[in-house]
Design a protein around this ligand. Structure first.
Ligand SMILES: [Zn+2]
Ligand SMILES: [Zn+2]
Length: 350
């Protein structure tokens, strides 16, 4: 099936309209007519070649929401699987081995044989995956999520990456009532971190470069907001947090952030700086602290996150754009000029 898409033809080149081939709907596949695709910073890193050579042309997009228009012969035979007409989502991965210890444990994102990314990755059949800046996609039913009623489709799309990327560490490190959580950076990931941690019942603090977005941060659910450019912040908040989720991909002074943790606290990176970071191990030892990382979440956990968002009336803050503004949107993401996620209206791809 030949479908419309927006692709980067080569590293650093602007995205342009094109058509791509989608595979036939196999027995376990779902054909999705895409309605919305979020723009993630990872899309920009990938097409700019920041993360190494890519199989161009690349159609980015791993925050996908759409409607099921066909299912394979094996799909829909069990309760809870996908039916034609269902509203569904696809996130950062579209396949994994299914049999390693991590897959069996529901941690498909950490598949020991390599999970298959939604775009610019080699699928298990040897083909190259192409992402959500497209009118249609064919995905293995096991990697398709149900989008519950009550979440707007545009606001749901960024949940598939930004939402689960922050939800998973918040859950893993026990964000909830009585816990003090800090979110570093109030961008696409950070604004979801604030909403989710607040909905989980934690006391939430935003640590941002400046106080520019303070009003937004408090509106999104933060209890407090501090500027990291102010050295007093680190004195005032010393030893305060049980969990700090760092969404910033620029390098940070790790020791300074570790000093904000209470005994037993954890600093968790979900943003990934390109350069190695250094830290003084005494910063960990002196408070039984942990420095950790986390990458998206498993499929079952992603469904749990979507259900949690529906239950709590949470969606991303989005600016919906037509496809022909995607290059301009990339510029604005790089300039941190988006509150808080661009979402492409896929109808404009036709
Ligand atoms: Zn992403
Ligand atoms: Zn696996």
């Amino acid at each position: 099936m030949r479908v419309h898409a927006y692709a980067a033809p080569a590293a650093g080149q602007p995205l342009a309209p094109t058509t791509i081939e989608r595979r036939d709907v196999g027995p376990n596949d779902v054909l999705i007519e895409i309605t919305h695709a979020g723009i993630c910073h990872s899309d920009i890193h990938t097409v700019n070649g920041d993360w190494g050579p890519q199989p161009f042309p690349v159609v980015p997009g791993h925050e996908i929401v759409g409607v099921v228009t066909a299912v394979g012969t094996e799909v829909g035979t069990e309760v809870g699987t996908h039916r034609v007409g269902d509203r569904v989502g696809v996130g950062c991965m579209v396949n994994s081995c299914g049999h390693c210890a991590n897959c069996r444990n529901g941690d498909e994102q950490y598949c020991l044989n390599g999970m298959v990314g939604t775009y610019a990755a080699t699928d298990r059949d040897g083909s190259t995956t192409q992402g959500g800046y497209s009118t249609h996609v064919v995905v293995d039913a096991g990697f398709v999520l149900r989008v519950p009623e009550g979440i707007d489709s545009a606001a749901a799309a960024p949940l598939l990456c930004a939402g689960i990327t922050t939800y998973s560490p918040l859950r893993h490190w026990g964000a909830g009532p009585g816990k003090r959580v800090a979110v570093v950076g109030l961008g696409g990931l950070g604004h979801m971190g604030v909403k989710l941690a607040h909905a989980m019942g934690a006391e939430v603090t935003v640590l941002s470069q400046s106080l520019k977005k303070q009003e937004d941060g408090l509106r999104l659910g933060a209890d407090a907001y501090f500027a990291t450019s102010d050295p007093d912040t680190f004195t005032e908040l010393a030893g305060r947090f049980d969990l700090i989720v760092n969404t910033v991909s620029a390098p940070i002074d790790v020791d300074a952030y570790l000093s904000l943790l209470a005994v037993g606290g954890a600093l968790v990176n979900v943003g990934a700086p390109a350069e190695p970071l250094s830290l003084n191990v005494f910063s960990l030892i002196g408070g039984r602290r942990s420095y950790a990382g986390s990458m998206i979440g498993g499929i079952a956990e992603t469904q749990e996150m979507l259900d949690f968002c529906a239950e709590h009336g949470i969606g991303a803050e989005v600016e919906v754009i037509p496809a022909d503004r995607v290059n301009e949107a990339y510029e604005r993401v790089l300039a941190s000029d988006v509150r808080y996620r661009f979402v492409i209206d896929a109808a404009t791809l036709r």
